[in-house]
Design a protein around this ligand. Structure first.
Ligand code: MG
Length: 373
């Protein structure tokens, strides 16, 4: 592995952990962060949380867990080529969705609506809350006590009013500075992963067709190349070849464009990175194509009537659970009754956000179905 560059996060320039700990043996601080994330309860829950399709709709669709693994894999490849800290991008990638509610964005929107008068709900903020507070496995502290740079990478976006309350990790939003290059990279690796696997899952589910996708530039040009090279290819392989080539194009573009920015800006330190414009970016042409693909997915997949039916049901489940628990907190398991938090609405939000899709459905049945006790 090449030496990390001066603009990468490393042992010399990390801001460390909130609680002081003895240095790890035989692994770096960021490997330790990654290991803590993998051993957390929230990480295992990702297996049963929706990306786009609810977990029980099919065994082969992406879940938040497989999505997070894809993000980590893409981010690591680019990090190595740019001499960034691979362990840090891996830790950020694996943790970036820990705060996601059940039922994907439908669940998040529903919970945000419920929490409107109680400070709102943002999944990035919730991911940070999971690693800072909600995981309870260590004797000496709540949460996972991760390094500042891992926490900063997890908090991708944040409303300014929340940023002001967060101290160190909120600072960059207030000062309008950039996060580490590793955080910038994990963010774009997330985008590469979901755009491409949503195309794949959309086709697999039959909600999207090849004909529709041949109107999207980035898909069309890669599909044409595959067809030209392999005129007799069957439909399944055609999809895989096309998606795999799209990912590769995006990874190569992201790497070369970012390398150019880094060379031009020549940051010598993390302070330089923070003050510079975003250095990890796609080229303008690829950015345009990505935007077109995103728009296509929004209209044709995320707003597809069959997805909308699920979304509608998910919204009702989250809303009804929230109301029931807020009105009668003792309906929640005992660990959620603890007086540690006097903010009942936030405790209810934590409980619901932690649920997997199927757990939320079971809780709904247990509370509202008359023939179940
Ligand atoms: Mg994600």
């Amino acid at each position: 592995m090449p030496d990390p560059a001066p603009y990468a996060i490393g042992p010399r320039n990390t801001r460390g952990r909130a609680q002081r700990e003895a240095p790890p043996v035989g692994r770096s601080e960021f490997q330790r962060d990654r290991d803590r994330i993998i051993h957390s309860t929230a990480f295992r829950r990702l297996e049963y949380k929706t990306q786009v399709f609810v977990n029980h709709e099919g065994d082969l669709f992406r879940t938040r867990l497989t999505h997070s693994l894809e993000v980590a894999q893409i981010a690591r490849s680019v990090a190595r080529n740019l001499r960034l800290n691979e362990d840090l991008v891996e830790a950020i990638s694996l943790a970036h969705d820990l705060g996601h509610t059940p039922f994907g964005h439908a669940g998040q929107d529903a919970l945000h609506a419920c929490m409107k008068t109680h400070g709102g709900f943002e999944h990035n903020l919730q991911s940070l809350r999971v690693v800072d507070l909600l995981e309870q496995r260590y004797a000496a502290f709540d949460g996972l006590n991760l390094c500042f740079e891992t926490r900063e990478g997890i908090l991708k976006h944040c409303a300014l009013k929340n940023a002001r309350l967060l101290g160190d990790v909120g600072e960059r939003f207030v000062k309008r500075q950039r996060p580490s290059l590793e955080a910038q990279l994990a963010n774009l690796a997330d985008e590469i992963a979901y755009n491409n696997h949503d195309v794949d899952d959309g086709l697999r589910s039959g909600l999207l067709t090849l004909e529709q996708l041949s109107r999207v530039r980035i898909f069309a040009r890669h599909m044409q190349t595959v067809r030209r090279e392999h005129p007799k290819i069957d439909a399944r392989r055609l999809v895989h070849e096309t998606v795999r080539r799209m990912i590769s194009t995006l990874v190569v573009d992201l790497t070369s464009q970012s390398a150019k920015h880094i060379k031009a800006q020549a940051p010598r330190s993390i302070a330089d990175v923070r003050a510079a414009p975003a250095l990890i970016t796609f080229s303008a042409a690829i950015k345009r194509e990505q935007l077109e693909l995103k728009r296509f997915l929004r209209v044709n997949l995320y707003q597809h009537h069959q997805v909308a039916r699920m979304t509608n049901k998910a919204r009702r489940i989250v809303r009804d659970l929230f109301q029931a628990f807020l009105n009668e907190p003792q309906l929640m398991p005992p660990q959620y009754h603890a007086p540690a938090s006097t903010d009942t609405a936030r405790t209810v939000a934590d409980y619901i956000a932690g649920m997997t899709d199927r757990y939320a459905i079971r809780e709904y049945r247990r509370l509202f179905a008359v023939d179940e006790i």
